[in-house]
Design a protein around this ligand. Structure first.
Ligand code: KIV
Ligand code: ZN
Length: 534
């Protein structure tokens, strides 16, 4: 029997709904917080990628979370993906989520409660019957606010099967239209997953009228395998994140699921709406926003995912690429490194190139990016696609930063103490700082602390080259720590010291977002003032 879903209508039984939780489960992991503009930009990219549902945040968690979910709902007020807000069982949670999603063309409330013996006893301190009552009450309340309601059994894969079935039945009776059984702690193996979903489908009255959903964490590296096993057992919604970001070891990665479904359609004959050629761009946007690059060997989006080093492999590739490639790099958005523009290229050619690389940028961002491109073309003999991507990501992502790097000069060399002089714009106000240090980078960071006094620990400093050659752009990552909170910043430039300063400033901006998140509403300005007063 085909399912009639409030947001998707009569559903094709073989269509899998892609539920992206990069902005909620992904964003809540250490170091990955995003500001409102960054979330909106990610939401746009995810919509273009073809995600069916965006879990935009946890509205009760903070005023910032509420605002992000509401803004994303307003962005998709006419059409676009379903916008979802997370809520626990408390009425205040559900009310906040309802308010946050109400302007979306299609809005969803996702409410959850723990159902495993361990979580009920230790975390909730509740009897199973009380939890069962909460399932009914929370879903009923959510359903009174919107037709599209998802219910999740937190720690579902460690829940006793009989109790799980009773909870799922109660949620369906109360009006849930999607039932999610998460592997919250990443404990399950694919056989468990297949058994759990098959049993729920067989045993629970009404399970054939709702969408069953799978949500897997990657603690044992099995999140994608478990997702596929659940689909084989009848799940028709997959919950996932770009680059697999998320709590602890992360969530199932959207790009890996999408490409497994596409490449092995023979084995898993289901469809989905992901436009795979946008995958790389979305992955890179997230890496730039969060400051966390994926590891080089990451499937689909890692730098080496389509690189062939061994002579035997290269020989095979030259004869026929299918000898060692099971999917084409182009199918996920990789382009061959090509010589693109030079210092004589004009604005129109630059705009065309951006379009070919998948960027639609506004006029202001375009002007700034073009200026930086011209500057880069003056300094660098050849400008590759990768250079343009690094530059535009840098420009667009930083458009709303409160601290901006506006000038830097460093004098360094042998037998001389390096001195850096830096100019910043902080909330529109000009600041300057001069300091010496052990090398140009150290002096630059010291000058930054003079211009914008703050106390943080530098946890990581890493430099990578965007392309080959001594004139290549350096991409620098800086990780800062403040009271246990970690943030990563990135910056690119042909000059490693300038790239380092950009990365440090990016990380500082992320720290300000973090502070604003944790401070009670309204204290944001005060928090900034207190750090700058010293
Ligand atoms: O992992 C989990 O159980 C969750 C729920 C809120 C769905 O993220
Ligand atoms: Zn989760």
């Amino acid at each position: 029997m085909a399912i009639t879903h409030p947001s998707f209508g009569v559903m094709d039984p073989d269509r899998v709904i892609v539920f992206d939780t990069t902005l909620r489960d992904g964003e809540q992991s250490p170091g990955f917080s995003m500001n409102l503009e960054e979330k909106l930009r990610m939401a746009e990219a995810l919509a273009e990628l073809g995600a069916d549902v965006l879990e935009a945040g946890f509205p009760i968690a903070s005023p910032g979370d509420f605002e992000s979910v509401q803004s994303i709902a307003r962005r998709f007020a006419k059409d676009g993906p379903v916008v979802c807000g997370l809520a626990r069982t408390a009425p205040a949670d559900i009310q906040k989520a309802a308010e946050a999603i109400k302007d979306a063309a299609r809005g969803r409330i996702h409410t959850f409660v723990s159902t495993s013996p361990l979580h009920m006893r230790v975390k909730l301190r509740m009897e199973p019957e009380t939890v069962l009552d909460l399932v009914t009450a929370s879903v009923t309340m959510a359903r009174n606010a919107t037709d599209d309601v998802e219910w999740s059994a937190e720690d579902g894969t460690r829940t006793e099967m009989d109790f799980l079935c009773r909870c799922v039945e109660a949620a369906i009776k109360a009006g849930a239209t999607t039932i999610n059984i998460p592997d919250t702690v990443g404990y399950a193996v694919p056989e468990d997953m297949f058994r759990i979903f098959s049993t729920v489908r067989e045993r629970v009255p009404g399970a054939d009228r709702v969408v069953l959903s799978t949500h897997n964490h990657n603690d044992l590296g099995l999140a994608v395998a478990n997702t596929i096993a659940a689909i084989r057992a009848g799940a028709r919604q997959v919950e996932c994140t770009i680059n697999g970001i998320g709590e602890r070891a992360g969530n199932a990665s959207l790009e890996e699921i999408a490409m497994a479904l596409r490449t092995r359609h023979d084995a898993i004959p289901v469809s989905n709406g992901v436009q795979t050629k946008h995958i790389l761009r979305t992955s890179r946007l997230l890496a730039t926003i969060t400051g966390f690059d994926v590891q080089p060997n990451k499937a689909i989006v890692g730098r080496n995912a389509f690189a062939h080093e061994s002579g035997i492999h290269q020989d095979g590739m030259l004869k026929d690429s299918s000898t060692y490639e099971i999917m084409t790099p182009e199918s996920v958005g990789w382009t061959k490194s090509s010589l693109v523009l030079g210092k004589h290229s004009g604005r129109a050619a630059f705009k065309d190139k951006l379009k070919a690389l998948g960027y639609e940028v506004g006029d202001n961002a375009m002007n700034d990016a073009f200026k930086r491109f011209k500057d880069l073309a003056d300094r660098k003999k050849v400008v590759y696609d990768e250079d343009i991507v690094a530059l535009v990501d840098d420009e667009v992502v930083r458009a709303n930063d409160r601290i901006k790097l506006v000038g830097l000069s460093v004098s360094t060399g042998m037998h001389t103490r390096p001195i850096a002089s830096i100019a910043l714009e902080v909330d529109g106000e000009q600041r300057e700082g001069v300091a010496g240090g052990d090398g140009g980078v150290d002096a630059t960071f010291a000058a930054l602390r003079v211009a914008f006094p703050h106390e943080v620990n530098l946890k990581l400093y890493a430099v990578q080259s965007v392309t080959g050659g001594t004139d290549a752009q350096a991409r620098v990552t800086v990780r800062l720590e403040e009271e246990g909170k970690l943030v990563d910043g990135q910056g690119a430039d042909t000059d490693t010291i300038v790239a380092s300063a950009r990365a440090y400033v990016h990380a500082l901006n992320k720290l300000l977002v973090k502070r604003a998140r944790t401070a009670p509403a309204g204290l944001d300005q005060g928090a900034l003032a207190s750090t700058t007063a010293a």
